[in-house]
Design a protein around this ligand. Structure first.
Ligand SMILES: [Zn+2]
Length: 108
């Protein structure tokens, strides 16, 4: 029986700028890899579906760039919709998200 889980059930801490950049960088790299895979595997594929997938990935890449800019100017982690802090557990899952769940729902 292993009990070496690092988490003790406390709420996740707000990430440091360094951690945020690492996560954003990782997210960007994996999206760029996906885009490349779409380009390379594109022969004979459904053009419409491909362009839908590509624009979805490009939209995320744009959000990642925006998130990098917010880390730089110190507004990262603050919701663009309601100016409240975005919950750290949400940023763990979606490090580039510009807003909290409520505002995201409202925007869609
Ligand atoms: Zn909000």
């Amino acid at each position: 029986m292993s009990v070496d889980a690092p988490r003790t059930g406390s709420r996740p801490e707000r990430m440091t700028a360094h951690e945020v950049r690492q996560r954003l960088d990782h997210a960007r790299t994996s999206r760029l890899t996906q885009l490349q895979a779409l380009d390379e595997g594109g022969q004979g594929a459904d053009e419409h579906l491909m362009s839908v997938q590509k624009s979805a990935i490009e939209r995320v890449l744009k959000e990642i760039d925006d998130a990098f800019a917010r880390v730089a100017d110190g507004t990262y982690g603050t919701c663009l919709g309601c100016s409240e802090p975005v919950p750290p557990e949400r940023l763990e899952i979606l490090p580039y998200t510009p807003c909290c769940v409520a505002c995201r729902r409202r925007a869609v």
